[in-house]
Design a protein around this ligand. Structure first.
Ligand code: DAH
Length: 356
């Protein structure tokens, strides 16, 4: 009798389990259902536990039935679990919509350093005038930085440039220096171009930008490192008029058509004649103000390339002439933006940099 009960109970359990599962709609209810029908204290486990006490001929039937009920209930449990997951996902997608009206977090956008911005503008302007950019090294020898540019050893013109000599062993009269100006690039460039056709070197029209270093007492106008843009045009029949036209045109392109310019006689060892190039102060219109003093702003030096320098570059001064200039892009940036201290450029102070 008892054995028939066990079988009946098992069948009832399966039936009840299947029936009650249909109404379940939450994961908690499903957990409770699982404890009730497949947990430790159910008709199924009781059947398994009672197997040992049953007469041997009944054991297979009870065991198989218990197993069948267990497998059937586990199968519907798995199905229901999957179905519930799907319903809850669909619910979440339907109700938890993305609020696209919320303002996004602002992106922090980087930008170019004001000096780089100025340099790029100058590349563009010179590019329009047919100049190509030539990159030259920042570490030089005395020979290139001075001697080949007509500053012999011991020449007083060297005092115009305070110099970082680098300790590099015993190099006699040719020590290593951090370049004090971009002018040594003139020699590198001319040698490179003249080597391509030594009998008939090509004409060149170049700008040579880059960092220069001087052993300076720093103040609002002097820094130990600064940018220069060297210019060099060499070819047959180049004249001082070409130089004046080029720099005057540069000023107009940078500061506007109305701007006035002037050239003042000066001295540089590597140019003859030499001049200083001034632009009318665009802040005060030439009247004189705290930035410019007398109404004019000095932008750089220039002149006709000295015959010795042409020769050192592999160009025959009997057949070729050329002009050169050296500009201070940071100076131009200072004028344009009203920056009153050159040291701001490399101080890395965000309050300064963020203004550009
Ligand atoms: N190298 C000079 C300096 O740093 C600037 C300069 C002047 C460059 C005249 C030139 C030039 O090419 O012709 O002081």
């Amino acid at each position: 009798m008892a054995d028939i009960d066990v079988l009946q109970q098992l069948e009832q359990t399966q039936q009840k389990g299947l029936n009650s599962l249909a109404g379940i709609a939450s994961e908690e209810a499903l957990l409770a259902w699982r404890t009730q029908y497949l947990g430790k204290n159910t008709a199924i486990t009781q059947a398994f536990q009672s197997l040992g006490k049953l007469p041997a001929e009944l054991r297979p039937q009870v065991g198989q039935t218990a197993n069948k009920v267990k497998v059937a209930l586990e199968a519907v449990l798995a199905e229901k679990t999957a179905a519930l997951k799907e319903t809850s996902l669909a619910h979440a997608l339907a109700t938890e919509t993305l609020d696209i009206t919320l303002p996004g977090r602002p992106l922090v956008q980087g930008r170019l350093h004001p000096d780089t911005q100025m340099l790029r503008e100058l590349y563009r302007v010179f590019g329009e005038m047919g100049f190509q950019v030539y990159r030259s090294r920042e570490v030089e020898t005395d020979e290139f930085n001075f001697q080949l540019l007509n500053f012999p050893i011991g020449h007083p013109a060297r005092d115009m440039q305070d110099t970082y000599f680098v300790e590099a062993g015993e190099r006699g009269t040719n020590p290593i220096v951090m370049r004090t100006h971009t002018s040594p690039g003139q020699i590198h460039a001319m040698r490179e171009f003249s080597a391509t056709n030594p009998q008939n070197p090509p004409s060149v029209r170049l700008i040579l930008p880059g960092m220069c270093y001087r052993y300076e007492q720093t103040d609002a106008r002097h820094e130990t490192q600064f940018d220069q843009i060297e210019g060099l045009a060499v070819g047959p029949g180049i004249t001082f008029s070409n130089l004046k036209a080029t720099l005057s045109d540069l000023a107009r392109r940078l500061f506007g058509q109305q701007v006035r310019t002037r050239f003042r006689a000066s001295f540089f060892p590597f140019t003859e004649p030499s001049a200083e190039f001034d632009v009318e102060c665009f802040l005060c219109g030439g009247k004189g103000c705290p930035v410019c003093g007398g109404g004019w702003l000095e932008i750089g030096g220039c002149g006709m390339v000295h015959p010795n320098v042409l020769r050192n570059g592999g160009y025959d001064p009997e057949r070729y002439t050329g002009f050169a200039f050296g500009l201070g892009p940071q100076r131009i940036a200072m004028l344009r933006y009203g920056i009153n201290d050159i040291r701001y450029f490399w101080e890395n102070d965000m309050r300064f940099l963020e203004q550009f």
